[in-house]
Design a protein around this ligand. Sequence first.
Ligand code: UDP
Length: 196
Amino acid sequence: MNGLNEIGVPTHFIRRLNMREQLIRSVEIIPLEVIVRNRAAGSLSKRLGIPEGKVLPRPLVEFCYKDDALGDPLVTEEHIATFGWASQQDLDDMVSLALRVNDFLAGVFLAVGIRLVDFKIEIGRVWDGEYQRLIVADEISPDSCRLWDIETGRKLDKDVFRHDLGNLADAYTELARRLGVLPANTTPVTKPTLIN
Ligand code: UDP
């Protein structure tokens, strides 16, 4: 989020308070999940039968309606306009934000040998006086991105847990180490541990 703010992509993040808490801007969340895909995987592969890992000719932006009971269904711009979840201007801004986040994150991960396959962000509305603007909100993490090691193809995201591909803590620790979030000699925390 800090990096995005630095390059002029507005986010809700203000500052980190400690290891577990952040100060963020309060937003009016848009009830859509914005997904960007660089390669086919997950629900796209299932829905359209595209082999996992196939490079897409251009980044694909999809919207899902945020409703757990309905399983966050994929929706079109027509649904979004019809039900008034976002205006046409909002949609244009959301696509543009999502593509900028994609370019930035893809570069960050490429620099540490990781391929950004896809990710999900959420976007919120903030008001500056009478003017509204859209900013990136919620989280960006290995729970919301697909991240594959470029050399080996090893998965470093929540698919490790979902498809029983090994120890999730090992994968997340490896990712955090590569990104410099954790010191290089950190050992994975495999059991819940109280941090004082
Ligand atoms: N994603 C997410 N939350 C959701 C749905 C999807 O963070 O509620 C992320 C997911 O981790 C992946 C991307 O969005 O990085 C695309 O997910 P997909 O539609 O393939 O669904 P999946 O099969 O992962 O549930």
